[in-house]
Ligand binder design. Structure first.
Ligand SMILES: C[S@@+](CC[C@H](N)C(=O)[O-])C[C@H]1O[C@@H](n2cnc3c(N)ncnc32)[C@H](O)[C@@H]1O
Length: 377
């Protein structure tokens, strides 16, 4: 069952199971972009294989059918999905790769390009493997699968250009001597044409640290749970800009606090957001009340990524021969601790999330892996 919860000038929030909207309510071939972040998979330790990844695919199948039904032939499907650790051991689940393979091989979607959302503010986790045994590094990217019904969906990278680097600006100003690079690439004089910005890489650097703002204030004031697994507006903004025109229809079937809807509204796209939890939707109303806020222009934060291995090697440091199977002795003297759970619900919203999970057949979901901040993800 699904019903209208709130309408704005350009969009509508639907309360209920998005499968009902996708499979029965929406007009076939009417949606230009599905931009979403589904509940992530929680993997349980099994003595044989990792069947949970398969369960995730089984749970996802009806949504995939719905996506195929509602997308236009030139439409795109963008799924932000985080990985998961197998509890009790420092290895990773394949569930999000299995999902991708299912969408391509079973449902006929094309993989246009994988993107990676890097959250520079992510704290090291899981602590057991990263901080205590120090056998893994911090997990700071989500996969973002950009898929489409045809190999040529509507798209233009001119919509998401980045400012030129200082060296490129100098080159544009002072000109470039055309020559063959050692790699064999012919850097012709065309290289010094100003295209208004550089083409971004498929690594999207967006910190997810916002803990104060209109949405949070509204939730606190009304005693509503702050959604613990929101994505930052910059993520849907990037794909809405690149893959849709004004007036196109954008849908988020796992809408949470309706970030996608607010971004679509600000960018003059029509939109529909579906969400199971009424409480999350009540909080999400803050994004449209009284008006949707304009998206910030000229976002200024530029992050630096260190090259690998900038610190000289400590030749005396020996690798743990057991691969970290036992805790280091100095840690073992402390009270024994359970290995860090792969993902934790870290806000008062835990219970609604679990309820949602039960409602979705799929055995368990997680809030996107907590990074120690109030705001999940
Ligand atoms: C990862 S959260 C999305 C958060 C959202 N991107 C945001 O920024 O607020 C996934 C959401 O999907 C919702 N959900 C799970 N199953 C659903 C279903 N069958 N129909 C609609 N929503 C569902 C959950 O309640 C949860 O809020």
């Amino acid at each position: 069952m699904i019903r209208s919860f709130h309408k704005t000038k350009r969009g509508e929030i639907m309360w209920g199971d998005s499968r009902a909207w996708l499979l029965n309510v929406a007009k076939p071939a009417s949606v230009d972009l599905i931009m979403t972040s589904p509940p992530f998979g929680l993997v349980r330790k099994k003595s044989y294989g990792n069947e949970d990844a398969d369960q995730y695919c089984d749970w996802f199948r009806p949504f995939a059918e719905g996506f195929k039904r509602v997308l236009t032939d030139k439409g795109s499907l963008v799924i932000d999905i985080g990985g998961a650790w197998i509890p009790g051991q420092p290895t990773r689940s394949l569930y999000h790769f299995k999902l991708l393979i299912m969408l391509v091989e079973e449902f006929g979607f094309h993989l246009c390009q994988e993107h990676y959302w890097w959250n520079p503010s992510k704290l090291p986790s899981p602590a057991e493997w990263v901080n205590i045994r120090r056998v893994r590094v911090k997990d700071a990217v989500n996969c973002v699968w950009w898929l489409s019904k045809s190999p040529f969906p509507k798209a233009s990278n001119r919509r998401v250009l980045q400012p030129y680097s200082k060296s490129m600006e100098d080159l544009l100003q002072n000109g470039y001597v055309a020559k063959l690079r050692p790699s064999g690439h012919d850097i012709s004089s065309k290289f010094s044409k100003d295209n208004g910005g550089s083409v971004p890489p498929n690594l999207l650097a967006v910190a997810n640290t916002e803990s104060n703002g209109r949405y949070q204030d509204f939730c606190r004031e009304k005693n509503l749970p702050i959604h613990p697994a929101r994505f930052p507006a910059a993520l849907p903004e990037y794909f809405v800009r690149m893959l849709t025109d004004a007036g196109d229809l954008v849908v988020d079937p796992f809408a949470g606090s309706c970030v996608t809807g607010a971004v679509a509204e600000a960018l003059d796209r029509r939109w529909v957001c579906c969400e199971l939890s009424e409480e999350y939707l009540q909080g999400g109303l803050a994004r449209f009340n009284p008006n949707v806020q304009p998206l910030p222009n000229g976002k200024g934060v530029i992050y630096e990524i260190s090259p690998p291995c900038p610190i000289p090697l400590d030749k005396d440091h020996m690798l743990p021969v057991d691969g970290g199977e036992a805790r280091p002795p100095e840690m073992s003297r402390r009270a024994p601790q359970e290995p860090a759970k792969p993902a934790k619900v870290i806000s008062a919203a835990a219970e609604p999330i679990r309820r949602v999970a039960r409602a979705c057949v799929y055995r368990e979901i997680i809030c996107h892996e907590g990074d120690g901040l109030e705001d999940g993800k």
